[in-house]
Structures are given as structure tokens and as C-alpha cells.
Design a protein around this ligand. Structure first.
Ligand SMILES: [Zn+2]
Length: 262
């Protein structure tokens, strides 16, 4: 029933700060943005593409994800803003929780909210199925070949959050909030130097970065094959860490610790 309403959508990255991406979803007329840390690049893009902003989706409370909200709200007073229920926000918003199905805009199918504690305790992702494609906006939880730092959560929380994302359909497009992929791949290769998918990903990503193109979106399938935080079961990783008989959670905790100082 909802399918008839679906429009062709496009998703484009708006670079912000040093390495953030603000993802803009639009149907040629109306738009929604995810994690607008800065308003000016969003306003410029809306202007250039002649789009009207209808909604803002917030994954977590860090300033580089919300810093542009007040200014965007001043320009578009009627927009709907969705933000995690477990976090505090000073701007007016609709609080969202795990498993919520939200109607962001009439040109989008219902968006599912996925709770992902770890980077922050209230962190959520937004998951959309439209035009036979799957889209995941995962903020600072899953990165290209990496994951977010544990600022608030325990390793087990992030480990479980990443397992939820790894169970999504393999063709899900993954829209992360930072361009960290190449550095993450180099770290991953230090643990799994013989992972052929990882070696190929480094070649492809290096080419993209040299051409000043984003390495994203990724896919869940590619992350399962190359992201060490989703590969804690890998014998090569366990051997590299000299933790051959360790549980996957212990491997995850060790990899996160090593990545902090890589
Ligand atoms: Zn963050």
C-alpha cells in the first residue's frame, strides 16, 4: 500500500568540517537531512538544487551532528525534527525510540528507528526501504571498515549494536557520518593482511579518495567482508591478536582498544 506512494529518491553527501558528511535525501522537490552539524553547506545545497527542507533526522547529540539545527529551523520553521528519546536536546523535536516507524515525509516510505548504544547511549540509526533498495543512516556507529569510539557505552553494547546492523540485508547501502574509511582499512589490514576483499577495498577506496570522491555509501555485505569490528570471529584476526581461543566480544574489545591509538 505504501509502495504506490514511493518516489524516486536521491541521496547526496554534503561535506562539512574536516571529514563529516551530512546526508541529504530528496525527491527533486523536497528534502530531509541527516545530522546537519553545520547549516551553511546545507542551505547552499538546498539553494543550488532548489529544494525545500521538510525534515531533519538526528542520530546522536554530538555537536558536529546537531550544530546546524537552530539555523535550519529559523529558515524552515515548520520542519519536523526527529532525535533520540534517550538524549537531551534544546530544540523542539519528536523523540524516537527503538523499533519506531516514523513518517518523515509523504515522498518517503516509513523509516525504522534502530537503537544503537555504544558511541553514545541514546544513539539511533534510521533505516529506509524504498524502490526495492535499503538505506541505513548510522551516524557514528558503523564506519567504512570501522566503528565509532565508545564515548558513553560499554564494549558489549557497541558489539550488540554492530551485530544488529550486520544482520540487515547485504545490499543495504550504508551512509556513515565521517570519511574515515581509508585509515580504517589500513588498521584492518594490520589485523587481516590476507583478506582479499580488504585488499581490493583498499585499492578502490584509494582511487576514490585520490579523485576527491566519497568512499561512501558502503554496503552491509562489504562491511561484513572487510570491517574487523564485524569480523571478530575471523581466525586470522584472532591469531594476529594472539587470542586464538577468545570469545568474539573479547576480540571486539581488544580491536577497539588498538584502534583508539592507531
Ligand atoms: Zn559522535
Amino acid at each position: 500500500m505504501i509502495e504506490h506512494m514511493s518516489h524516486e529518491i536521491q541521496i547526496i553527501p554534503i561535506p562539512a568540517f574536516h571529514d563529516n558528511y551530512i546526508w541529504l535525501i530528496h525527491d527533486g522537490q523536497n528534502a530531509a537531512v541527516v545530522d546537519p552539524g553545520d547549516a551553511l553547506p546545507v542551505l547552499n545545497t538546498l539553494n543550488t538544487l532548489n529544494l525545500h527542507l521538510e525534515a531533519i533526522l538526528i542520530t546522536h547529540h554530538h555537536q558536529d551532528h546537531i550544530g546546524g539545527v537552530d539555523t535550519l529551523l529559523a529558515h524552515f520553521p515548520h520542519i519536523k525534527i526527529y532525535a533520540p528519546a534517550l538524549e537531551h536536546y534544546n530544540f523542539q523535536h519528536i523523540a524516537v525510540r527503538d523499533c519506531d516507524q516514523i513518517s518523515v515525509a509523504n515522498w518517503l516510505n516509513t523509516v525504522s528507528v534502530i537503537s544503537l548504544p555504544g558511541h553514545t547511549l541514546g544513539h539511533v540509526a534510521f533505516y529506509l526501504e524504498q524502490d526495492k533498495a535499503h538505506y541505513l543512516f548510522c551516524g557514528d556507529t558503523l564506519f567504512g571498515a570501522g566503528c565509532g569510539r565508545l564515548f558513553e557505552g560499554m564494549p558489549v553494547q557497541m558489539f550488540d549494536s554492530l551485530k544488529k546492523l550486520a544482520s540487515l540485508p547485504g545490499d543495504t547501502l550504508v551512509f556513515c557520518a565521517h570519511e574515515y574509511t581509508l585509515h580504517n582499512i589500513n588498521f584492518a589490514l594490520s589485523l587481516e593482511p590476507n583478506n582479499q576483499a580488504l585488499i581490493e577495498r583498499k585499492q578502490q577506496t584509494t582511487r576514490l579518495i585520490e579523485q576527491l570522491k566519497p568512499s561512501l555509501p558502503s554496503t552491509i555485505r562489504l562491511e561484513r567482508a572487510t570491517n574487523p569490528f564485524l569480523r571478530c570471529h575471523s581466525d586470522e584476526i584472532k591469531t594476529a591478536l594472539q587470542l586464538k581461543n577468545a570469545e568474539d566480544l573479547e576480540i571486539f574489545t581488544k580491536i577497539r582498544l588498538l584502534r583508539n591509538s592507531y
